[in-house]
Write a protein that binds this ligand. Sequence first.
Ligand code: AMP
Ligand code: GLY
Length: 442
Amino acid sequence: MALEIPNQPRVLVVGAGAREHAIAWKLAQSPLAPRLYAAPGNPGLAQVAECVPLGADDVGGLVSFCRAQGIQLVVVGPEQPLSVGLVDALTEAGVRAFGPTKAAAQLETSKAFAKALMEEAGVPTAAHRTFTDAEAAKAYIRRQGAPIVVKADGLAAGKGVTVAGTVEEACRAVDGMMQAGRFGEAGRRVVIESFLVGREASLMFFIDESAVVPMLPARDHKRIGEGDTGPNTGGMGAYAPLPDADSQALAGEVERRIVRPTLAALRERGSVYRGVLYVGLMLTDDGPQVVEFNVRLGDPEAEVVLPLLASDLLEIAWAVSEGRLAEVKVAWRPDHAVCVVLAAAGYPDSPRKGDVISFAPKLGASVSVPGPGLAQGGPEGCIVFHAGTAWEAEGLKTAGGRVLTVTGVGQTLSEARDTAYGGTDGITFAGKYLRRDIAHGL
Ligand code: AMP
Ligand code: GLY
């Protein structure tokens, strides 16, 4: 029987960031004209979806909402709800969901789990040891020498990794995680890894038991400062595809050497994977090596990859939720995309909230007019995705570290970059911070 999706299905997007805005923006373009909801959403999501005041990890609340409203598909954006079993609970309640189970999500939620599984499956990744004792971890670091990498085992919002240039710095990171309790429970166990040399790449796949389908490779800029300096952030910008990699060849190699063996090892542990698998790679002289797995779309990678998806994301997500991805065609636009994140003053340590955001008239439609696709108002090919914004009496204000993501799409990387930066010029708020070097020097 052919894949049947009803017209105007009720679809809930879970999350509140620019990634979720990009997901909903793309779903809204489906010819099936979905009725979109977002939990909890944000002012950007409100342009394309009805926002419901439920937390992304309020599993009980979300399941009740889906039942009461007859939601036919849930697309989960962030890792947190996946880590607490939202997909398991929805499936049990008979609601279709796009995203992995809690057990499969351990690929992201426990670095120790991911490393052990990769080792068992023969997946290329940095040599590592896992520790629950700080003194033993530091003794190992002293034996190994620097550079060396220290990672909190659990979820730490992309900030739990220290790439240490010296033994002292690595030992301080261990003390911070295991003794001072930085990152709380997530840092009680640490993974110490050898330092990999190469260029990074983010390659995401749509996955279910019927198919493994690569997206376009992307690259994000994690450090706060220009020239890749300063502390790691949730991501300051991204671009796709990569000018220095053959998309198809890279995807083929990563699928064969990394994704297929990983899925096989998961299956042996009783897990079928459905959703997006994000493979964070180091492209080394010895080929691609895994730096990390994430079990959802990357942020900000989603904001460059989804605008390049030519196919219907609703159809893909629906098919994956039923294990029927093999029946769907996934095609990509032959274009390029660049996104630039606008961050609040004080990000990443202590972002300030409450600064009024104003948009140049050319971008005005991106915030004020409700309706599908209107996030696209503004210069040709420029899309403004909301992350940390809030509507208040005075208008739109900053409400988080990463405030907005501005994406430019163009026929070349430089055209896409110029469009994105042109968009950022039209947005002002006190303390606005952005990196000026996203996708430069390529
Ligand atoms: P992760 O959260 O595991 O992606 O790590 C954050 C960042 O730290 C990565 O994007 C890399 O830039 C860097 N990193 C992590 N592991 C390694 C490694 N083994 N060698 C070199 N750099 C690494
Ligand atoms: N951009 C990296 C992440 O989403 O974790």
